[in-house]
Design a binder for this molecule. Structure first.
Ligand code: IMP
Length: 199
């Protein structure tokens, strides 16, 4: 059994990641399940920098393949905010019902055409020999006029996709994974890792 450690404490992300990366002989485990504790300061200014910082910090404590992701929501009308600060936006411990309402308030009166936004995800892998690989995925959409849906996590209730004219919190996990930034970045990573996983 090949074990990949995913450097995240976010259960929502871990669930999505397992569905895409796991296959017979390959198991994805969280840092916690691997017994690794790391207090990582995400002080990069790009998604790429932060993903590599997280993966390197955990890789320093194990000889296994370590993956980490960094992701966020970019809203064009707000100049790309909250961007790399998505998790910390309005305070790390502030509930997403509040964060989402805050963003909706900042877009009050802005018409649909100017509410364009995207989720971005960068996955970084650190291999046992120290080599670093990154992949990036995005999903284009717009900020809706009210939150909707119970699935997913974070900003999903306010992020709408034109393919379905509903929020990503209204999609099943399979539908979201097929379209999402994380799904795209992970599938690209899975392909790049194939030779290491088969070895
Ligand atoms: P990270 O853990 O530093 O990558 O934080 C990314 C933050 O961006 C998350 O905590 C969410 O707020 C937001 N985010 C990233 N991907 C998604 C998604 O698929 N749905 C909803 N929010 C997301």
């Amino acid at each position: 059994m090949k074990r990949i450690i995913f450097a995240t404490g976010n259960e929502g992300k871990l669930k999505e990641i397992k569905v895409i990366l796991e296959e017979p002989g390959v198991e994805v485990i969280s840092m916690k399940e691997a017994g690794i504790e790391a207090d990582i300061e995400e002080n990069g200014t790009t998604f790429e920098e932060n993903a590599v910082i997280k993966a390197r910090a955990v890789a320093a404590k194990t000889g296994k393949i370590v993956l980490a992701d960094d992701s966020g929501l970019e809203i064009d009308y707000l100049g790309g905010e909250p961007g790399v600060y998505s998790a910390r936006y309005a305070g790390e411990d502030t509930p997403y019902t509040v964060k989402n309402q805050l963003l909706l308030d900042r877009l009050a009166g802005v018409e649909k055409e100017r509410r364009t936004a995207r989720f971005v995800c960068v996955i970084a892998a650190v291999l046992p020999d120290g080599e670093v690989i990154t992949t990036r995925g995005t999903i284009e959409g717009y900020i809706g006029f009210a939150p909707a849906g119970e699935n997913g996590f974070g900003y999903d209730p306010i992020f709408y996709v034109p393919e379905y004219e509903c929020s990503t919190a209204q999609l099943s996990m399979e539908q979201k994974n097929a379209l999402s930034h994380r799904g795209k970045a992970l599938r690209a990573m899975k392909e790049k890792l194939q030779e290491y996983l088969e070895a």
